[in-house]
Write a protein that binds this ligand. Structure first.
Ligand code: HEM
Length: 184
């Protein structure tokens, strides 16, 4: 018998939902700027929108470090016995993929900004010290990387939400509740 709790800890739950909100807000703003605004027609407004994207998204760097530490020191609840071994494997791979996105998006975003000669501001309070110098060759690599990873992350997120809803409404198991409650 596993001694694990059926629920994520309160801290894990807060980190999950806080990061979910920041991720989605940052995503919408980045997507809007990248696909609907141009410097030619929207001028400094595009710059302001990108600055907003950075100020919100950069918080993820700090949160993801805390989250990974917390995940290693506080094991996740076991998945329901009704899931087949291959579904459990899929779930673990999906979660690994999401962690990869949570790390890769802020990292490529920061490298993109720095290498293009711009700062990385955090919540309009301070800037993360610049770790790379202006470097157009690096920008040419990390800019498309940031965009491709963002698209892949969007798809993975849709799959993640669909899986959570399926567990809750079709399988009627405890998976979604494990991220929202502490008791039955
Ligand atoms: C969880 C974190 C992040 C998410 C979900 C995210 C998401 C996105 C998305 C969806 C786009 C639009 C891609 C496209 O053109 O289709 C984008 C663009 C961009 N992101 Fe991020 N991003 C994140 C972090 C960052 C960070 C930390 C920075 C820099 C500090 C950054 C800088 C940029 C820049 C400069 C663009 C280009 C915007 C434009 O060309 O108008 N991103 N991001």
């Amino acid at each position: 018998m596993s001694q694990k709790s059926k629920y994520y800890t309160r801290t894990a739950q807060w980190l999950h939902w806080l990061m979910a909100i920041i991720f989605i807000v940052a995503y919408i703003i980045g997507f809007y700027s990248g696909n609907f605004l141009s410097y030619e027609t929207d001028g400094s407004f595009k710059g302001d929108v990108i600055t907003l994207h950075k100020n919100i998204a950069s918080v993820m760097i700090f949160l993801v470090i805390i989250r990974i530490f917390w995940r290693y020191t506080h094991p996740a609840p076991t998945l329901p016995d009704s899931m087949s071994p291959s579904m459990k494997k899929m779930a673990h791979l999906g979660h690994l993929g999401l962690y990869f996105m949570l790390l890769a998006l802020p990292i490529t975003g920061c490298l993109f900004s720095w290498s293009a000669g711009h700062p990385v501001p955090v919540l309009y309070l301070f800037e993360i010290p610049k770790l790379v110098q202006d470097n157009p060759d690096l920008t040419a690599i990390v800019k498309p990387l940031h965009i491709y990873i963002a698209w892949a992350a969007g798809l993975l997120l849709i799959g993640h939400i669909a899986a959570a809803l399926k567990h809750h409404f079709i399988d009627k198991d405890n998976v979604l509740r494990s991220m929202t409650r502490q008791h039955d």
